[in-house]
Design a protein around this ligand. Structure first.
Ligand SMILES: Nc1ncnc2c1ncn2[C@@H]1O[C@H](COP(=O)(O)OP(=O)(O)OP(=O)(O)O)[C@@H](O)[C@H]1O
Ligand SMILES: [Mg+2]
Length: 551
């Protein structure tokens, strides 16, 4: 494991030192009790079975009972206390990842594959849990157990123990060879799993498109991923079996040698039967411990890549939270020599625009000319990505407190996002305090009264991406949301694109009336939508190519 990952783990578990100490104490108690139990096997065999000493039997039973209880206490300590700490750590980690998604820089999140982020937030966090449990609970316990067992073995008969050690090189060889293979395929299985979730995810989000175009391509791609997934799992299982069975064969060879040599020693009177059985029971436990220790070592090796994948999400730069609070637009927004660069791609350049309070500005231009990007700049999605200056009442946009600014900006765009929740809750996100009267008023102004006809009215759940509603219905719900938010700066980015001309006219008439004295920016393809604008700005290839005064 590299230093970086160690630092990460240390910083996460720093507050749980007591838990870790308790878990280690638990492991030590468990390992010592186990050693006691294997030690006492000699007494059971020599005194009770062979000498038939009944008094000893009672005493031995009491000792065994006490050791068993101790072992359970140790077991509970380590199996509950450490996982408790771990689950607290993971809870915090999930929270941080989620906050990064919500509060990370828009351009940084946008540039990533969503499937990749989802896989890091779910699979990798789960892989981390799995590895840390294996290392933190099983590996540590077995280390103590191995030490305890080796002590019993050496104490019983060091010569017998030396025979076991002869098997060790075979043990080490198989560990290296099959262990490496196994690790490789474990990793491949994880990658396959990622590919698999990604393609299911992508297919679901593009279902309409996929149904209309040839399904063969995506099915072909899926089958290839699925086949690969299967192959990797099969190989993984194969090397798992080879690895474990080679370990077992190695230990059988050792045990066979011990029985042979031990048998001779008993016959010649050097050791008792009890000695040999005590030795063998400790040996079986040691073999099991060594297997788990190997597994633990392998898990330690996979921890680093998993931690790095999680860190790359945690390292996404957060949006700036501080800055001057914004309460309302008093005078104007001035763009001076502004260009927008996203990952070295110039999206907008030489933008000089002045937007006065209360103005209604129409924006037109060919597709891809930069209209939406310009609006995104206005509503503060890009703070560090622009050059030049954008002054809002004299304050640079990047010095503003974004949250307070965004509270005063409202947007309806072509693609309206809805939560998988009731219509009411989808409206309330705009203004959680709005009462029923306000909600109804907003719905009526948005010409969205169809929502009252839904099966459960406002309490009807609309599916993810607005499932139950048509595109035009969703846009009207978005207008209702806009009225509830009642923003200072109002932006429509083809927000009426899904409406028929009559409905659009009704919606826009209400819109202009409602936002009469607000600052409004509208991107639209139909001239009728822009009817009441004071001027029209035309975009072309990321630049302003013309301006026309209307009113
Ligand atoms: N985050 C981004 N990363 C890379 N390129 C981007 C990004 N956002 C926009 N672009 C590119 O910038 C250009 C302008 O896009 P924009 O969405 O602003 O156009 P538009 O005028 O709104 O087009 P439309 O009328 O089709 O909506 C396009 O070429 C687009 O591919
Ligand atoms: Mg656009």
């Amino acid at each position: 494991m590299d230093k970086d990952s160690l630092k990460f783990l240390y910083s996460r578990f720093r507050d749980y030192k007591l838990h870790i100490i308790l878990a280690i104490v638990g492991s030590i108690i468990e390992a010592s009790s186990l050693a006691g139990l294997t030690y006492i096997v000699k007494e059971v065999i020599d005194k009770v079975f062979i000498d038939k000493d009944f008094e000893k039997l009672k005493l031995i039973l009491i000792v065994i009972f006490t050791l068993a209880i101790l072992k359970q206490i140790g077991f509970i300590l380590k199996e509950y206390v450490f996982p408790y700490a771990l689950y607290r750590v993971l809870k915090g980690l999930r929270e941080e990842i989620f906050n990064k998604i919500v509060e990370g820089k828009y351009s940084a999140i946008q540039s990533r594959q969503f499937g990749d982020i989802i896989s890091r937030a779910s699979n990798d966090v789960e892989a981390l849990r799995h590895s840390i449990i294996l290392v933190g609970v099983d590996f540590i316990t077995q280390l103590f157990t191995a030490v305890a067992m080796v002590s019993v073995l050496v104490y019983r008969d060091y010569r017998l123990f030396l025979i076991f050690l002869v098997a060790a090189p075979i043990f080490a060889l198989s560990f290296n060879y099959f262990g490496e293979k196994r690790k490789k395929y474990t990793q491949r299985v994880q990658e396959s799993f990622g590919e698999y979730t990604q393609i299911v995810n992508q297919t679901l989000s593009g279902l309409e498109t996929i149904k209309l175009f040839s399904k063969e391509n995506i099915i072909f791609l899926f089958n290839r991923i699925n086949e690969n997934f299967f192959k990797n799992q099969r190989k993984n299982a194969l090397y798992d079996v080879l690895y474990l069975s080679s370990l077992e064969i190695a230990s059988y060879i050792g045990i066979a040698g011990i029985i042979l040599y031990g048998g001779i020693s008993i016959v010649e009177g050097r050791i008792t039967t009890g000695d040999l059985f005590s030795f063998l029971s400790a040996l079986l436990i040691l073999v099991n411990s060594l297997q788990i220790i190997q597994r633990g070592i392998m898990q330690i090796k996979v921890l680093s890549p998993v931690i790095h994948r999680i860190q790359s999400i945690l390292n996404i730069e957060a949006e700036k939270q501080e800055g001057k609070p914004f309460s309302c637009l008093r005078e104007k927004i001035v763009f001076k020599d502004v260009s927008l660069l996203i990952r070295d791609k110039v999206i907008l350049k030489d933008i000089d625009i002045e937007i006065r309070k209360g103005e209604k500005i129409g924006i037109v231009g060919h597709t891809g000319s930069g209209k939406s990007s310009f609006l995104k700049l206005v509503y503060g999605l890009y703070q560090d990505e622009y050059r030049g200056s954008i002054k809002i009442d004299g304050i640079e946009l990047r010095d503003l407190n974004l949250n307070s600014y965004r509270e005063k900006v409202g947007v309806v765009s072509q693609d309206v996002f809805m939560f998988n929740d009731t219509v009411r809750n989808n409206l309330l996100i705009a203004n959680p305090k709005a009462d029923e009267e306000k909600i109804v008023k907003a719905i009526l102004a948005a010409k969205a009264d169809f929502v009252f006809q839904l099966p459960q009215g406002l309490d009807t759940v609309i599916g993810e991406r607005g499932g139950v509603l048509s595109g035009g219905e969703r846009q009207r719900v978005a207008f209702a949301r806009l009225y509830l938010k009642d923003p200072e700066i109002v932006i429509l980015d083809e927000g009426t694109s899904a409406l028929d001309t009559t409905t659009e006219e009704e919606v826009m008439r209400e819109f202009y009336k409602y936002f009469k004295d607000r600052t409004v920016l509208i991107v639209a393809h139909r001239a009728s939508t822009l009817r009441e604008c004071n001027r029209i700005i035309t975009f072309e290839n990321g630049r302003v190519s013309g301006e026309e005064k209307w009113v």
